[in-house]
Each structure stands twice: as C-alpha cells, then as structure tokens.
Design a protein around this ligand. Structure first.
Ligand SMILES: NC(=O)c1ccc[n+]([C@@H]2O[C@H](COP(=O)([O-])OP(=O)(O)OC[C@H]3O[C@@H](n4cnc5c(N)ncnc54)[C@H](O)[C@@H]3O)[C@@H](O)[C@H]2O)c1
Length: 268
C-alpha cells in the first residue's frame, strides 16, 4: 500500500459516528462523508440527525441512545470499518466529590465509558472477520490527562477510555485495526458553548488561556479524526492526539499580554 495519497481518503469505507448530529461528532460526520465514507451517525437528537442526513450525501441517521444496551448490536449490522466513539458528557455542573450523590456515578459511567466498551465490543468481531483492517477513535478529554475539580467521576471514566484505547490497540494491531484517542479542550460546541460562557469583554484573553488562542471549532477536531481514520495514520495506534490549542502542553502556564509567562495566574 502506498503512503502517497490524494483525493478522497475514505472511499469504500463505512464509518459509525456516535453523537454525530451536533458539535464535534457532526464535524467528523461531514468531513468523513466529504472523503466519500458512508457514515452512519447515531444520535438522540432526532431533528439534528435527520437534518444532517438530508443535507449530506452518504450519511444515514440512526436515532438511538447509545447507552441503551441493545443499540450496540444494531450498530454492528452496519459492518463499519471505522468507529468513532464520540458521545461523552460532564452530565451535571461542577460539584465536589464529597458532596456528590453516589447514585449518579453509574449514569456518568454509562455516558462516558459503558457505551464505548459495548459498541466497540459489538462492532469489533465483524471488523476482524472482514479482514479489511479498521480504525477505532475514542473521544476523551484533556481531563483524562490532568485533574478537574468538580468532575472527579467524569474524569475518572474518561481516563479509563484513554487506557482502553491503549490496551485494545495492542490486542487488535495484528488484524490491521488501529485504536486511538482524541483529547479535545476548548472547542466550541453545544456542550461547551464558549460564545455564551465567555463574556464579550473577556474574549481578548484567549491567547493567555491557550498557546493557539481559541476557542477551537469542531472542524479542528474533525481533521485529526480523518487522519486517524485513514491510511495516513496506518502506523499509529494506542495513542492520543491532543486537540486543545496547546492547553495540555501548557499545563498550568499562561501567557501574559506582554509575552512573558506565569504559572501563578491570579493576575496574569
Ligand atoms: N467540546 C470540547 O471542548 C470537549 C472537551 C473535552 C472533551 N470533549 C469530548 O468530545 C466529545 C464530543 O463533545 P461535544 O462537545 O461535541 O459534545 P456535544 O454535547 O456538543 O454533542 C454531543 C452529541 O452527542 C449526542 N448525544 C449525547 N448523548 C447521547 C447518547 N446517549 N446517545 C446518542 N447520542 C448522544 C448529542 O445529541 C449531540 O449530538 C465528548 O466525548 C466530549 O466529552 C469535548
């Protein structure tokens, strides 16, 4: 197989994108379809899913909740070569672990980890059997790599998805199936609407918050997802692409307006 590629990168491939109707998932759906993949998007938002499927040729919408236990088996019928496990959510506003209700852990786990395991487990045997290789892409977060106060359980499950990515990558490499993660941060979506979250008078501060400024857009995540889905990344598995404007690399460092840096940013 040549590594010199031009033209559509996913022609003849079928991709499943969970949560593919809005935000990052929708951008991935659109870009994969533009590269001639058949895309099956799965989403609870029936209106947005139908609208996207109507608008973009090659896209089929399945309206379903990926945390429902029978959905994974239905998805396996689509014989996907590419699976993007994109659904994930904070579920609730920040709350200290000591004050949080233990009854909520399972729900947070289902939305962030349970379906990733179940859908992958359902789709993988067919991927192996068809012998065409494949690519599995799991959406984690910068918070799988650093802590986040107020979302201890969410970050715990997202870190588990990161490790699932690495261990599974080892197991299925011999079948030509690659497993990688994308860890976003600071991407404008319905879940994290920076347009609303950041006041107009503070927007000039983006260059202080992340080396590349921000916010990022869903399309900024779709590009790396296309790379991981396609043969461009044929020797890449078990790893994470950070799509965060540099926030993970920066750790606790912030740029001051004068170009100097601080890791004590009360008055950066
Ligand atoms: N936006 C960011 O900056 C950011 C940062 C870190 C991690 N992430 C991760 O990236 C992924 C996508 O994030 P986003 O910001 O685009 O999310 P979003 O909430 O804006 O969009 C999620 C999509 O998934 C659908 N969905 C939600 N629950 C579902 C379910 N149970 N079954 C089927 N569909 C469901 C929603 O209807 C929506 O279309 C998530 O895993 C998230 O944790 C995003």
């Amino acid at each position: 197989m040549t590594t010199e590629m031009s033209g559509p990168l996913l022609a003849g491939r079928t991709a499943i994108v969970t949560g593919g109707a809005n935000g990052i998932g929708a951008a991935i759906t659109r870009l994969f379809a533009a590269h001639e993949a058949k895309v099956v998007l799965v989403d609870v938002d029936a209106a947005a899913a139908a609208a996207l499927a109507r608008e973009v040729p090659g896209v089929t919408a399945v309206v379903a909740d990926v945390t429902d236990r029978d959905v994974a088996l239905r998805l396996a019928e689509h014989q996907a070569d590419i699976l993007v496990n994109n659904v994930g959510d904070f579920v609730r506003p920040p709350l200290n672990f000591a004050d949080a209700d233990a009854g909520e852990w399972q729900g947070i786990g289902e939305v962030n980890l349970g379906h990733v395991l179940r859908v992958t487990h359902a789709v993988l045997p067919g991927m192996i059997e068809r012998g065409r290789g494949g690519s599995i892409i799991n959406l984690t977060t910068v918070e799988a790599h650093r802590g986040i106060p107020g979302h201890v359980v969410y970050s715990t499950y997202k870190a588990a998805v990161r490790h699932f990515t690495r261990s599974l990558g080892l197991e299925v490499g011999r079948h030509g199936i690659r497993v990688n993660a994308i860890a976003p941060d600071l991407v404008e979506t319905p879940q994290v609407p920076y347009e609303r979250l950041v006041a107009e008078e503070d927007r000039h501060r983006w260059p202080q918050w992340a080396p590349l400024g921000g916010p990022g857009q869903p399309a900024d995540v779709a590009g790396p997802a296309l790379f991981l889905a396609s043969e461009l990344s044929r020797f890449v598995t078990g790893t994470t692409v950070h799509v965060d404007g540099g926030s993970h690399a920066a750790g606790g460092w912030f740029a001051r307006p004068d170009g100097s840096w601080t890791n004590r940013p009360l008055n950066p």
